[in-house]
Design a protein around this ligand. Structure first.
Ligand SMILES: *Cc1c(COP(=O)(O)O)cnc(C)c1O
Length: 384
């Protein structure tokens, strides 16, 4: 079947990103590839084998459906960890599938213990503690009750991890909050170890913490966005840029290239309106190329009259509104544009590049959003 566009996922870029992350953390910490949101839009099925090639055999997902998708596409040895949503009635299945999961409340913990008892097989859990993010995690006041449950049920539980998540490590304005979270995490750690309760791995770091706060590396880092070749924020990059060797000033490489082709060409005359309504009126006689990608494919309406694409290595601006399935671009300045010609929506062509960041007007955080909005139906193709 033909699709209107395709996404190429670069293996060598991922290998390079992992190498860079490894150079920052040293040999000890395990790298867990965070593959929630369909591997940040890259495709779990494609990303997992690439990660394995890079020597990464630990995967973090948000939900149980994603965990099953990782399972299907990975090989032994592997560890799969659910950081967020699962249904209590599927805990049994998850234990049988050898899938690990966060526990952040007593209900889930009790269900895990019950399921493990009936199965006579240990539940592999990561105890998430609240340190200041205030989304999920056991409260400090819960610690005695938590300790007792974990101790009483040690034969049903494998304590794979003690963990927390930072509230915005990618931005200096959150610095004190992050430092206080680190300190708070240390208190939990001290409490459990004084009571002789040990966890296989302590882990707290996302990409930004991995890059900026060495004290957060501990035994495992949960790396999402940096693995895909993006700085969590421009600020993160600015902060560590000076620590980089001049010949390696841009060590993170984007994996993703988004391609389509010209569907058809259209001549318009000066004064003609283009597309729906009056959002664009031609000032001159123009040649437009119609591209078969629109907001239903993740090419946002915010790019109406704003976005650009590359054809023959030359920037071509989006004209008028982005439609559901199509967009018009101005190709008047190209010498001989042709239907079927390659169009780059994200990526390089010749000397020029369209970045994911150029899809957003303001916040760097939109990198995450833009990537995860890429529909799973667009074919992902692994390239070198
Ligand atoms: C998403 C997520 C990460 C990874 O975050 P990045 O900024 O993409 O590296 C790590 N830990 C948890 C709990 C997450 O939800």
């Amino acid at each position: 079947m033909h699709h209107t566009s395709s996404l190429e996922i670069s293996t060598s870029a991922y290998l390079q990103n992992v190498e860079f992350i490894r150079s920052r953390i040293g040999v000890k910490p395990v790298i867990s590839a965070v593959v929630k949101g369909n591997a940040y839009g890259h495709g779990i099925a494609q990303l997992v084998p690439i990660a394995e090639q890079a020597g990464v055999h630990h995967f973090s997902t948000f939900s149980s459906d994603e965990a099953r998708e990782v399972l299907k596409n990975s090989s032994q040895p592997r560890e799969i960890m659910i950081m967020g949503m699962l249904h209590l009635d599927e805990i049994r299945d998850l234990i049988l599938l050898d899938i690990q999961f966060f526990v952040f409340d007593f209900e889930r913990l009790e269900q895990a213990i019950e399921a493990a008892k009936t199965l006579k097989q240990k539940a592999k859990i990561h105890v998430e503690v609240e340190t200041g993010f205030r989304r999920t995690g056991f409260e400090w006041d819960d610690r005695e009750k938590l300790l007792k449950l974990l101790q009483d049920n040690h034969s049903h539980l494998e304590l794979k991890g003690l963990c927390t998540h930072f509230a915005g490590a990618e931005s200096a304005q959150n610095h004190t909050r992050i430092l206080s979270q680190i300190a708070h995490f240390e208190r939990y750690k001290g409490f459990f170890s004084q009571n002789n309760l040990h966890f296989e791995r302590l882990h707290t770091a996302c990409s930004a913490a991995t890059l900026l706060f060495p004290e957060t590396h501990m035994d495992l880092v949960r790396v999402g966005i940096a693995g895909y070749g993006f700085w969590p924020t421009r600020e993160t990059f600015e902060l560590i840029k000076n620590q980089l060797l001049p010949e390696n000033r841009n060590p993170l490489k984007r994996l993703l290239t988004w391609k389509t082709q010209i569907m058809s060409l259209k001549k318009v005359n000066a004064g003609d309106y283009v597309g729906y309504g009056k959002s664009y009126q031609a000032h001159n006689d123009m040649m437009l190329a119609i591209i078969p990608v629109g907001y239903s494919h993740g090419y946002g309406r915010n790019l109406s009259n704003h976005g650009q694409v590359l054809i023959s290595g030359i920037y071509c601006p989006v004209i008028g509104t982005v439609n559901m399935n199509a967009v018009a671009v101005d190709v008047s300045h190209l010498i001989h544009p042709q239907a079927g010609e390659e169009v780059i929506l994200i990526g390089n062509q010749g000397e020029n590049e369209i970045t994911v960041g150029s899809f957003a007007e303001t916040s760097d955080l939109v990198n995450y959003e833009m990537l995860t909005r890429l529909p799973s139906q667009i074919p992902r193709i692994i390239v070198d």
